[in-house]
Design a protein around this ligand. Structure first.
Ligand code: SF4
Length: 245
């Protein structure tokens, strides 16, 4: 269940005012590259998942070679990204399924399909969830979608943009009709950054939060400090100035 689109728009605009409006690059990665990169990004940092992707694609010149490679080799190349046992098996299985389903190691045929069909086809691959599929839609195919990872899920729930959504997948489906048109990329990207810098899982900086007035999380009150005269917007800028993106 979710609240109205008007409130979601207000939150998106406040974040844009505080953090800017990120624009998507014109050079988008190929969908299969994006799919594998997103699998590698699960439960690790951007830096380590990038290292794992670079090691894998640096050692093997094509996805066909990865699909034929020994699991032990894939595992050791991607170890830096964590969960190497699980991810190596998943990547090889996904590649082989794609070859069997589409006749080649490519997801280019998805470009001609509707978002809903793409979501169905990708989540039908073993180990590919709705977040990974939505990342391919947004970051590779340039569709106006809104992936929900743990940061986005946490913040949407704390803000009260969704109710009774205990999992990121439920939050994803509740949020899709509410995200302002044309703002899937900027809203998602800003929420991720906001979740890392301000609305952190264990120690949210509610006293510096530009969304304080919009927030429905009861715990925010105990984290409110005495006002020093600075606006919350300024606090957020100070915070962002001091923490690398
Ligand atoms: S007030 Fe606190 S809990 Fe609410 S969005 Fe801001 S940082 Fe997160």
């Amino acid at each position: 269940m979710a609240v109205g689109a008007g409130r979601v728009l207000r939150v998106a605009l406040i974040l844009e005012k505080s953090l800017g409006r990120p624009r998507q690059s014109r050079a988008l990665p190929r969908p299969l590259d994006m799919l594998i990169a997103t699998i590698l990004s699960q439960n690790t940092s951007d830096v380590n998942s990038h290292r794992a992707f670079t090691a894998l694609t640096g050692r093997y010149g094509s996805w066909e070679e990865v699909a034929d490679a020994p699991l032990s080799s894939i595992r050791s190349l991607i170890r830096v990204g964590g969960m190497a046992n699980q991810k190596s098996r998943r990547i090889r299985e996904v590649l082989r399924t794609i070859r069997a389903r589409y006749g080649r190691y490519s997801l280019e045929s998805l470009r001609r399909k509707k978002d809903s069909d793409i979501l169905t086809e990708l989540t039908d691959l073993n180990g590919v969830g709705v977040k990974t599929a939505a990342c391919v839609l947004l970051f590779s195919l340039g569709r106006d979608r809104f992936p929900v990872d743990t940061h986005v899920h946490r913040i949407c729930n704390r803000l009260g943009l969704v109710k009774n959504c205990p999992t990121p997948e439920k939050t994803f489906w509740a949020m899709q009709p509410l995200v302002p048109k044309g703002r899937g990329y900027s809203f998602h990207t800003n929420l991720i950054r906001f979740g890392r810098l301000v609305c952190r899982s264990a120690s949210p900086a509610c006293d510096r939060c530009p969304l304080y007035a919009e927030c429905r999380w009861p715990g925010r009150k105990s984290r409110r400090r005495k006002s020093t005269g600075r606006s919350r917007e300024n606090y957020t800028f100070m915070l962002l100035d001091n923490i690398p993106a």
